[in-house]
Design a protein around this ligand. Structure first.
Ligand SMILES: NC(=O)c1ccc[n+]([C@@H]2O[C@H](COP(=O)([O-])OP(=O)(O)OC[C@H]3O[C@@H](n4cnc5c(N)ncnc54)[C@H](O)[C@@H]3O)[C@@H](O)[C@H]2O)c1
Ligand SMILES: [Zn+2]
Length: 388
């Protein structure tokens, strides 16, 4: 027999998992992990960074130990600059030294950076060990901890190395947001606006209610406000539900799909965001802040292509501006930004595809060929000038 072909039918999502959201859940991490992992799981490796571990590591570890787990910890550097293969290699070395086996598990305790590194390491250590996510930034809660994308940056670009590896569970304790820096809160809220813009008026409305109740106060100040905390849980739950629905339907972001429910629509606002991050060396913007601008640019372009009404564009402007200040676009060069758009091209088979809007909740994927270059340049030029 020269050749044989065998078909393996895998369900879209290998296993379902729960996302638990509440206030003060961290102390329940142990029993929650017990309920989420296989019964014979003995050891868990908690992967975190010194900032988050210093704040929440001890509580997480004691809860896990009280639930009968042996624990080991592995700390990685704090920040996007550590999201690379070198860090993953150090995590893999540490998992091997700590004898984490296929029946053990990894717990990611931190923001999106820790989640992406720990997720990727758990996807490839011994070809895959169980993963639990305990996201500690707003962005990680509503976005990166859900959906199974894991990975790191490479010299060629952001998030270019990775794997799909779904967690066995996600535990969201909103109480940890009290220690989060204001800019990080703004960044997370921008990703929430992104979901609202493509998800629909109900999702966006929930977020605007939260922003009105917030009255510009920081999350620490609001930690005793029960009504606000309830609203926050509700908003996070709806956000996660939205992302989960999209991911369930198109787990691996099929390149063939271009419809309004494909996973690609979650990239709304990200063409300009990635370009802004790239031309500023990934240090000037928080990722979500760049997404804030990306949303406004995509909306403006949609309006200029007569896809989207100006009322919807104004609404998005109002919401983005109410999430908090964004760093100015001073000194950002148009040509550099246009060049950086080609980074997305690489990912999508030679053609830049932009997610635009036909209205709130009506995303549409438009190919670069269908956007007149002069319109793209004019809108971008005006946009950069407006926010400089
Ligand atoms: N995998 C995905 O689907 C996906 C989706 C969106 C974003 N991402 C990735 O997520 C990353 C961004 O994540 P992020 O915005 O969470 O940034 P981050 O992980 O860098 O966290 C931001 C900062 O907040 C600190 N921090 C975290 N939790 C804290 C807390 N509770 N109190 C005080 N400080 C705290 C961190 O130490 C860090 O300094 C990017 O690398 C992005 O590519 C991944
Ligand atoms: Zn994003």
């Amino acid at each position: 027999m020269k050749e044989a072909s065998v078909q393996i039918d895998l369900p879209a999502i290998p296993a379902s998992y729960h996302i638990r959201i509440g206030n003060g859940l961290l102390d329940d991490a142990g029993p929650w992990a017990r309920g989420s992992l296989d019964v014979d799981t003995k050891r868990v490796a908690v992967i975190s960074n010194p900032t988050v571990y210093g704040l929440y590591g001890d509580r997480t570890i004691s809860s896990l130990q009280n639930a009968g787990f042996e624990t080991v910890r592995c700390l990685v550097g704090d920040g996007e600059t550590y999201k690379n293969l070198e860090t993953v290699e150090s995590v893999l070395t540490s998992l091997a030294a700590d004898e984490i086996t296929r029946s053990d598990a990894v717990v990611a305790l931190g923001g999106g950076v820790v989640g992406d590194i720990a997720g990727f390491a758990s996807a490839i250590h011994l070809r895959g060990v169980s993963l639990l996510q305990i996201p500690t930034t707003l962005l990680a809660m509503i976005d990166s901890s859900v959906g199974g994308k894991t990975g790191v940056n490479s010299p060629a670009g952001k998030n270019l190395i990775g794997a799909f590896h779904q967690p066995k569970g996600v535990l969201i304790d909103i109480a940890v947001l009290a220690t989060l820096d204001g800019r990080e809160v703004t960044a997370g809220l921008c990703e929430a606006v992104k979901h609202g813009a493509i998800g629909g008026t109900e999702l966006l409305g929930g977020l605007t209610d939260l922003l009105s109740a917030r009255k510009g106060r920081d999350f620490a100040e609001l930690s005793e406000d029960d009504r606000f905390q309830e609203l926050l849980i509700e908003v996070i739950a709806r956000q996660v539900e939205f992302k989960a629905n999209i991911v369930t339907d198109d787990e691996k972001e099929s390149s063939a799909r271009n419809d309004a429910r494909s996973r690609k629509i979650l990239n709304f606002g990200h063409t300009l965001a990635h370009a802004l991050e790239s031309v500023t060396g990934y240090e000037y913007f928080r990722h979500g802040e760049a997404v804030g601008y990306g949303i406004l640019f995509a909306a403006e372009l949609s309006k200029n292509l007569a896809l989207c009404d100006k009322i919807d564009v104004q609404l998005l402007n109002d919401v983005v501006q109410s999430v908090g200040p964004l760093p100015a676009l001073t000194g950002i060069d148009l040509k550099e930004v246009r060049k950086a758009f080609t980074l997305d091209k690489k990912n999508l088979a030679g053609s830049l595809q932009m997610v635009l809007l036909k209205g709130i909740g009506k995303p549409v994927i438009v190919s670069e060929q269908d956007i007149p270059p002069n319109v793209m340049t004019r809108v971008l030029e005006e946009f950069l000038a407006k926010w400089a």
